[in-house]
Design a protein around this ligand. Structure first.
Ligand SMILES: [Zn+2]
Ligand SMILES: [Zn+2]
Length: 124
C-alpha cells in the first residue's frame, strides 16, 4: 500500500470515530486493509499529519496518544468510566486566554483543556 492510500485510510478512520482513537486502534483497522503495515509506519504517518496540521495529537489523556481530525480549537471531555474522548466547544470559556494573560502577564501560545467526568451513555 502506498503512502497516500495509507494516509487516506488513517484520515477516514479518524473522521468516522468520534471517540478520538489511539494509534493502536487505528492500527487494528489498517491491519485489516493491509496486513504488512507496521506500527512504526503508522506513527510516522500520524506524526506527519499532525505536523502538517491535518490532524491533532492529544497528549496526556492516557498512556497512549489519541488523534483527532478536528483541528479547530476545541476542548476535550474524557469519560472516566468508558475512557472515550468527546469534543467540547471552546464557547464554554471564550475569554480564557485573555483572562490568563491579564492575570499573569504571561503570553499564551497554545492551550488545551481536558475535563473529566462521566459521559451521557455511562450516566444512564
Ligand atoms: Zn462513558
Ligand atoms: Zn477533539
Amino acid at each position: 500500500m502506498n503512502y497516500s492510500k495509507q494516509r487516506e485510510i488513517i484520515l477516514d478512520t479518524l473522521k468516522s470515530n468520534v471517540v478520538h482513537p489511539t494509534a493502536e486502534y487505528i492500527y487494528e483497522i489498517l491491519k485489516k486493509e493491509d496486513s504488512k503495515i507496521s506500527l512504526a509506519t503508522l506513527y510516522r504517518n500520524l506524526n506527519q499529519l499532525a505536523e502538517n496540521g491535518l490532524i491533532k495529537k492529544i497528549d496526556g489523556l492516557e498512556s497512549s496518544s489519541h488523534y483527532d481530525h478536528n483541528t479547530h480549537a476545541h476542548y476535550h471531555f474524557i469519560c472516566d468510566n468508558c475512557k472515550k474522548v468527546f469534543d467540547v466547544s471552546c464557547d464554554i470559556a471564550p475569554d480564557i486566554v485573555k483572562k490568563i494573560e491579564d492575570e499573569t502577564g504571561f503570553i499564551v501560545s497554545s492551550h488545551d483543556i481536558i475535563i473529566h467526568g462521566i459521559c451521557k451513555n455511562c450516566k444512564n
